[in-house]
Write a protein of this length. Sequence first.
Length: 225
Amino acid sequence: MDGSFVELVLGASTVVQLVMLLLVFMSLMVWAVAFSKWHEIRKAKKVADMFMDAYLKSPDLTSFYQHDKMSKHHGEGLSNIFLEGFREFLRLRKLGAMETTDLISGAQRMMKVAFSKEADKLENRLSILATIGSSAPYIGLFGTVLGVMHAFQGLGEMQNATLAAVAPGISEALIVTAIGLFAAIPAVITYNSLSNKADRLLGDYENFAEALLTSLQRDVLLVKK
């Protein structure tokens, strides 16, 4: 046995090979989720920027409400938060509620629900990266322990045990740890990066919601005057 990677993998026990296969699958899942979420969060950020640009240029909330309902990204991200809050605000005012507290609390309640839904979208599948990042090294270590046990069992059957005889078995065992780290390290890095991007975007959502509530409160006070 020349110690090549392929030969070491093929020479491993069935259980160790299954552990390797699991870790390779987890590694592929990390990259699939990472690229998918990166594209999703990048798109959400772009849509949020477009929304804010249109919102700041709008003369008043009512005209912007009509404009946003016809928008290409209607109901996405900030649009969803705005529509839910302003729609509830209009509904309560149409029903005759004129107290500032009632109008603002109603709009705030609906925006919180919309915010929660948007947060779930942004954070969806990030837990997969966290799970793989924390579990892959231990799965790799488990495979390594099994590989070492397999190597020493084979060593015990030999009359003349030498380092050359046991080295391939130890090598195949350590490969499992390497594959586990190969899956875990990118998972941890991408999870931290994507979580940070999602948190910053959600922070922008919260800031917008607070600004919108302030605008609604100001409109109510102007109507009363």
